[in-house]
Design a binder for this molecule. Structure first.
Ligand code: ZN
Ligand code: ZN
Length: 412
């Protein structure tokens, strides 16, 4: 598994240092001055051909030219951390109280830097690798901000790949699936205004709590009665707030929560029914109701052809037994979905081993995953930019994807 002469294994110790530096220095959303400076400095040392900084505020897109002309492949990593107080007790734990890399974006950025180092040294591909370091994946839709900048179009990016670690998928394993893989993710906010007053005189008040209760129950029925049972999703009402005192009927009440689903038509049905229900409740209980429905990310949809290329690359690295090509879709969301709407591509999951879950205070990216992630990036560039030059010369079918390549040299 770990041949000593392998270039990727040779660069892993340095990548581990980068990863742990990023872990010690977490920053949030678009506000990543230290992180993006550190990554840009590493890219300059590595000797990439172009560095585009301050894309979508703190994003970076670096370009590495292959040894001959060809198309441009986009590889995406996130840079931002989360507003969580770290409890990992690791020596490289966050040095900023209340912020931590709890989603492994430190590892994702480090693996892409590792791939940059390998690709800039070897250049064994025809075309360009565009390495996209994006801000604000955690609730800031940074991927869309990168797209809005237009840089990917200016660089002629033809295809995009993303990678995310998954706790409890073993180290040295990959998982992916074709089609919908992560959920469309929306947030909603309901504000109800009644007429407050003395709790002993409810007939002189309009109680917003009764309306809140009706909306709560009504929303639950959308999933069971309106959405196609075979294309279901979820509505989680995560907060309900109203009132303080025992003897006061409050003036207002509010609810909020999230909607997730794997099918855009289900998403449309849910949003429409939520509006219908709040309008009906407003009429029924004589309250004023406002619903704000915020569409954050679309369904993360892996395109068939690129799914097969990603599966093939993963199988070449770790063997067929260690790649689950039918990994169940998840109801987490990912703003990489916006990049997959604009370009064909695929997101793949890399095993993080037995660690705390994502967004948990004890989570830490597992450095043992580094060589696998770096190898995947290197392999997909060398494979895709070779295939593109031989268009039509090779059938990229799943039979190819799951047959082990005897010549694979990237095994970490
Ligand atoms: Zn996250
Ligand atoms: Zn993440």
């Amino acid at each position: 598994m770990h041949p000593k002469n392998n270039r990727i294994v040779d660069i892993v110790p340095e990548v581990k240092e980068w990863r742990q530096w990023l872990h010690r220095n977490p920053e949030l959303l678009f506000d990543l001055p230290k992180t993006s400076r550190y990554i840009a400095d590493r890219l300059k040392e590595i000797g990439v051909d172009e560095i585009h900084e301050n894309i979508a505020e703190t994003g970076i897109v670096a370009v590495i030219n292959g040894s001959s002309e060809g198309p441009t492949l986009g590889l995406r990593a996130e840079m931002d951390a989360l507003p969580i107080k770290e409890a990992s007790n690791e020596p490289h734990a966050s040095q900023t109280p209340g912020k931590m890399h709890a989603c492994g974006h430190d590892g994702h950025s480090a693996m892409l830097l590792g791939a940059a180092k390998y690709l800039a040294e070897t250049r064994n591909f025809a075309g360009k690798a565009a390495l996209i370091f994006q801000p604000a994946e955690e609730g800031g839709v940074g991927a869309k901000a990168i797209l809005d900048d237009g840089i990917l179009n200016r660089l002629g990016v033809n295809e995009v790949y993303g990678m995310h670690n998954i706790p409890n998928l073993p180290i040295g394993h990959f998982g992916l699936c074709e089609g919908p893989t992560l959920a469309a993710t929306d947030f909603f906010y309901v504000e109800i205004e009644g007429h407050g007053g003395h709790a002993s005189r409810p007939h002189k008040c309009i109680d917003p709590l009764v309306a809140a209760n009706a909306i709560y129950s009504g929303f639950q029925s959308i999933i069971t009665r309106n959405a196609d049972p075979m294309k279901n999703g979820l509505i989680s009402i995560t907060a309900m707030q109203a009132g303080e005192a025992n003897n006061v009927i409050p003036q207002t009440a509010s609810l909020k929560g999230t909607v997730r689903n794997l099918h855009e038509d289900t998403r449309d049905i849910i949003e429409q029914r939520m509006h219908d229900i709040v309008e009906g409740v407003a009429a029924c209980y004589d309250v004023r109701v406002e619903l704000v429905y915020d569409r954050l990310c679309p369904v993360t949809f892996n395109h068939s052809e690129q799914f097969r290329y990603a599966a093939e690359a993963a199988v070449d690295i770790v063997g067929q037994d260690n790649v689950d090509v039918e990994q169940p879709a998840r109801l987490g969301g990912e703003d990489f979905s916006f990049m997959l709407q604009e370009n064909p591509g695929c997101i793949i999951f890399v095993g993080n081993g037995e660690t705390a879950g994502l967004h948990h205070p004890q989570y830490d990216f597992n450095d043992e995953a580094l060589p696998y992630g770096i190898a995947f990036w290197a392999k997909i560039v060398e494979d895709r930019l070779r295939h593109a030059n031989q268009a039509g010369a090779r059938d990229p079918g799943l039979s190819t994807a799951v047959s082990r390549s005897p010549g694979a040299s990237m095994t970490p």
